[in-house]
Design a protein around this ligand. Sequence first.
Ligand SMILES: [Zn+2]
Ligand SMILES: [Zn+2]
Length: 400
Amino acid sequence: MERHLQNGEGVEIENLKASVTGEIDAHRPQLSELSLKIHSNPELGFREVKAADWLTRYLEENGFSIERGICGLPTAFKASYGKGKPVIAILAEYDALPDLGHACGHNIIATCAVGAGVASRPAIDQFGGSILVIGTPAEELSGGKAIMVNRGAFDNLDIAMMVHPGTRNTATTHALACQHLEVEFFGKAAHAAARPAAGINALEAMLQSFAAINSLRQHIRSTARIHGIITDGGEAANIVPAHSAGNFIVRAEDDTYLDELKQKVLNCFIGASTASGARLEYRWADVRYAPMHNNLLLARLFTQNMQSLGRRVTRPNASSGFGSTDMGNVSQLVPGIHPSVAIAGKEISVHSPQFALAAASEAGIKGMLDAAKALAMTVVDLAANPETVARVKEEFKQGK
Ligand SMILES: [Zn+2]
Ligand SMILES: [Zn+2]
């Protein structure tokens, strides 16, 4: 029989929070093992077969019903417990980076998500509603959640939350809109010494593009970012390069400025094509990462729960450093948060070998457990107070 708390029943909420955090402590051996196992078996986006299998098995063993391969993505999944409203989802990521392995710590995201889901069961048993753990593949390079948004995976949710490991504890995230660009130049091969006049140099076109982008960078907003690599720069020094290729990312604080900046960046390549005579081909990625829309009421609840675990929560600002996340796309559709839990010192950068080590360290395990606890305690706050869920949704509606 479900029921809702009256004012003055805060003690009961505190008791329930103590019991969900106790559940996470009791599951520490399984959760640590799961996190370390995913860490030592890094799998790239859309190929996270082992991780998806281990995570769903843990959820299944703990009473969740599982749908595997949702949205036509073999390594995506939906695990559910309870029924009806509110539908509270915790999102898991588990893809690794090329060469660096789990240098973004997605093993921690995944494990704290399943740990929080399982620990939340008593709150759902007592107050009703549903808790989902949604497995979202390929965050790093393919924007898996953006694809899942388009395929309706988040349509019936009331709230979506996840926690990313980092170098500070925050409840809100500053994440930029971004889109990837692939560029190729086609020139004409010739002997670089004997017949240079017969060649059209596709590498020079690429280098001129970089120079033009570097000039452009002086005159863009300080929060925007443009960066790229060359993936083909020619075959041999004595052949005029007939082909060059590169990958670029353009990021901006809002969608309007991203559109403006995309055109300016493209103009750099068009100019280099004209100057060099090399033909340009380009392709913007189908998937575009949306900026993060933080729900501040959810963030406040999460902050209080993190603080109750003895963590100091800071507010990120423009100097905190920021990237992009496909959670941004989810946050445009459903009230959500993407907090960060500190597992390493500020001197360490995410996407570095040092951060990969941190993701398997004692501090990494501690961060994973604290993140799971803070998420589960936030589920308690929401499940026990329908009016809080209503206020979270109202804030979301107002901000649109
Ligand atoms: Zn990440
Ligand atoms: Zn990352």
